[in-house]
Design a protein around this ligand. Structure first.
Ligand SMILES: Nc1ncnc2c1ncn2[C@@H]1O[C@H](COP(=O)(O)OP(=O)(O)OP(=O)(O)O)[C@@H](O)[C@H]1O
Ligand SMILES: Nc1ccn([C@@H]2O[C@H](COP(=O)(O)O)[C@@H](O)[C@H]2O)c(=O)n1
Ligand SMILES: [Mg+2]
Length: 245
């Protein structure tokens, strides 16, 4: 079980460097350039135990409405991953009386990106409390700052990056018919989210593509057709993921 294996490293991370640093960093402005993120987040010990085992991490990326969450449900059913949606974690934090509640609400309404410290903290907390060792981190990293914060604070990199590549008109249509009561599912916010995706998230996808980690999925088609492109990605790394447990 991954949590048991890494409990020491995560707990010590939590009680010491990460959380102390978090308090200091919360005062800093969100719109710092990614270059400054490099210096803002100091590297800590990698997320692995002495025996070298570490969680199997998949980042699930794509524009708003490209079908990330929908495909994650199928990946969970078929391959037994733990699904962590950064957006869902932020929405849960927003309604939980958190000190960040109004900041998260305003940021989501505007389609902007919540400061990395907050999102990374929520993700790592969920990872720590999970018995699973295979994670789908959906909608993260959304920016170079998110990426650098995660990699530096956790000392971990993704094993796989899925990119759901979808034309804008299809994404807009899907989001507008989603009907889940999300405050950002309106045309004004969608336009902003599309701009933010292009400006901040595509560079992250480029970064991982250069490292050979990106699996591009054509996100047009039925849910099942799309999953047939996703399936072989996880089939191919089943053994690698198993070795981490
Ligand atoms: N292949 C598909 N064909 C038609 N509709 C789809 C398809 N995949 C997902 N949808 C629908 O499109 C909407 C958006 O999908 P989903 O919530 O999975 O996207 P997402 O990438 O997670 O979006 P966001 O970034 O906004 O959370 C949902 O209503 C979903 O049911
Ligand atoms: N890494 C992230 C992920 C999400 N957000 C904010 O939440 C909104 C909704 O996210 P979804 O993944 O559910 O679409 C998104 O538009 C951002 O405002 C974030 O800040 N950082
Ligand atoms: Mg989603």
């Amino acid at each position: 079980m991954w949590r048991k294996v890494t409990a020491t490293s995560f707990s010590s991370l939590k009680s010491s460097i990460f959380f102390k640093r978090l308090h200091l960093q919360q005062a800093t402005k969100h719109n710092a350039a990614s270059a400054s993120a490099v210096s803002r987040f100091a590297t800590v010990a990698p997320l692995q135990e002495k025996d070298g085992r570490c969680p199997f991490i998949t980042f699930v990326l794509g524009g708003p409405g490209s079908g990330k969450g929908t495909q994650c449900i199928k990946i969970v059913e078929t391959f037994g991953f733990k699904h962590l949606s950064a957006g869902d974690l932020l929405r849960r934090e927003m309604v939980s009386n958190s000190e960040y509640g109004s900041m998260i609400l305003n940021t989501i309404k505007e389609g902007r990106i919540v400061p990395s410290e907050v999102t990374v903290k929520l993700i790592l907390k969920e990872m720590e409390s999970s018995d699973n060792h295979k994670f789908l981190i959906d909608g993260f990293p959304r920016s170079e700052e998110n990426r650098i914060a995660f990699e530096k604070i956790s000392g971990a990199e993704p094993d796989v990056v899925l990119f759901f590549d979808c034309p804008e008109d299809v994404m807009v249509k899907r989001v507008l018919s989603r009907n889940q009561g999300r405050i950002d599912d309106n045309i004004d916010t969608i336009k902003k989210r599309l701009k933010v995706f292009e400006a901040l998230n595509l560079p992250v996808i480029d970064y991982y593509a250069k490292k050979g980690k990106v699996h591009r999925i054509n996100a047009v088609g039925t849910v099942d057709e799309i999953f047939e492109q996703v399936r072989p990605v996880f089939k191919a790394c089943e053994q690698k993921a198993l070795n981490r447990s």
